[in-house]
Design a protein around this ligand. Structure first.
Ligand code: ZN
Ligand code: ZN
Length: 468
């Protein structure tokens, strides 16, 4: 039997779009200030979950609402279960939209709305993949649990609740990332480097602030400096030279007898710190040529000598590359210093198999005497996750992708967390195609409509090959 998957998806184009629009109109942002017993994450995620389950009910699927935390659409029979892990919650809309983020608009073949590409569009495409198999009455030998999370954008509580209360699928994928496939994710751990807030030198560091989140390269750094003799001419002159020589923007200003310095670099995601320009380490590199003392000196020189331009940890003799998972990386995400709270630099690590938080702690601690520093590991974090490319799950999905797109395709390892890691044999599969701008979490989020239809055809064949 040959099935024209693309034609089957195309035949359902209007229906898929209508169902998707009904999801996009729901402002399914987590809001626990409005939580109730049957809406533990607030009314938005509940409405999103209810709507998706009612679509599946209409189509004749068995559905289960797991205490408002998660939902399951069930299909097929057999001993093994394929899990498909999607989510109905969305990020807050934020500023900068040209249209109402919760009223989908189709323009130039793209559908614009919060959730269009993360994750309502892809989950609807994957759902239609499953629906095609059901509509065609294809014989299957395994079960499918299409699982809807309600808290992916915050702390995964919906999906965690599902995995605590329901049987774990034997293998599966999450349509919440990119094609062709993400079959590995690095581990993730964060440490704070702590310094005391003392000063002793010709210059005093009164305050230092840089960065907002551990998982971002800081774009801005601000410092307030006091000179013993009240003169800042030399520092200002050197700062102008420093700005001219480096890929940063800077300004300085004397305020209340103190020198204020502002450095602007470039933000980037901590998965690849090299894509950013770390304003915090540039600021420290500049300050490190002056006579600071005590805790301030340790804070500045640690950042300048150890962190600056060293996302691969060569300065710590800790560089590590795993053949399949890639490099151990470090991002210095948040810097702060003042007399009362001392100095702190938050370091976020993405680590491949072959390393672990202990390896990182040992490397950091080798510098603690030199800089009179203390390193404190944050709670939580994630271990590395990898499904080999010759696993039947990865092989099958890649073959389907190659088959339908005509493109060469291989596995990919990323530094960030997807639902794929919740299953031992779990991956992320679609739905963003290579070359399409990534607008997830941004204003004017969109997905090309044709891509959704293409994805639905790939999901239909992919699911069928896995459960036939
Ligand atoms: Zn997502
Ligand atoms: Zn997201």
């Amino acid at each position: 039997m040959t099935i024209d998957w693309k034609k089957e998806a195309e035949n359902r184009r209007e229906e898929l779009l209508e169902d998707l629009k009904s999801m996009l109109r729901i402002k399914s942002v987590r809001d626990e200030s409005k939580k109730t017993d049957d809406a533990p994450l607030g009314p938005g995620p509940k409405a999103g979950l209810d709507q998706f389950l009612s679509i599946a009910n209409r189509d004749g699927f068995k559905t289960t609402n797991i205490d408002g935390m998660a939902g399951e659409i069930s299909f097929g029979q057999g001993d093994e279960t394929l899990g498909i892990l999607a989510h109905v919650d969305v990020m807050p809309a934020g500023k900068g939209w040209n249209t109402d983020p919760f009223e989908p608009v189709i323009k130039d073949g793209k559908i614009y709305a919060r959730g269009a590409s993360d994750d309502k569009g892809p989950s609807m495409a994957a759902y239609y993949g499953l629906k095609i198999i059901k509509d065609l009455n294809l014989p299957v030998s395994k079960k499918v649990a299409f699982i809807l999370g309600t808290d992916e954008e915050s702390s995964w509580r919906g999906m965690d609740y599902y995995f605590k209360n329901m049987p774990e699928p034997d293998f599966g994928f999450s349509p919440d990332a990119f094609f062709p496939i993400i079959n590995g994710e690095k581990g993730n751990v964060t440490f704070d480097a702590k310094f005391n807030g003392t000063n002793d030198g010709n210059y005093s560091l009164i305050k230092f602030d840089s960065g907002l989140r551990e998982n971002m390269v800081p774009r801005d750094a601000e410092a307030w400096i006091e000179s013993k003799n009240g003169n800042y001419d030399e520092m200002i002159k050197k700062f102008d030279e420093f700005v001219a020589e480096n890929p940063i923007v800077g300004e300085s200003d004397i305020q209340d007898g103190k020198l204020y310095i502002h450095v602007i670099g470039k933000a980037a995601h901590a998965q690849e710190p090299k894509r950013g320009i770390n304003a915090g380490t540039y600021m420290c590199l500049f300050l490190n040529q002056f006579d600071f003392g005590a805790g301030a000196k340790n804070f500045i020189s640690f950042a300048a000598e150890k962190l600056h331009l060293d996302s691969r940890l060569n300065n710590f003799d800790m560089a590590y590359t795993d053949e399949v998972m890639g490099d151990l990386t470090m991002n210095a995400g948040i810097f702060s210093f003042d007399e009362n709270n001392g100095g702190s630099i938050t370091l976020n690590f993405r680590y491949p198999q072959g390393t672990d938080p202990e390896y990182i702690a040992n490397g950091l601690n080798s510098t603690k005497e030199q800089y009179d520093a203390k390193f404190v590991q944050h709670e939580g974090g994630m271990v590395p996750h990898y499904v080999p490319e010759d696993d039947p799950l990865v092989k099958t999905l890649l073959n389907v992708y190659r088959d339908q797109t005509g493109e060469d395709a291989h596995g990919q390892v990323v530094g960030g967390g997807t639902y794929g890691r919740l299953m031992k044999r779990g991956v992320a599969f679609g739905a963003m195609f290579p070359g399409v701008p990534d607008t997830m979490h941004q204003a004017n989020e969109f997905v090309p409509v044709d891509d959704l239809i293409k994805a639905a055809a790939i999901y239909a064949q992919g699911i069928y090959e896995l459960i036939k």
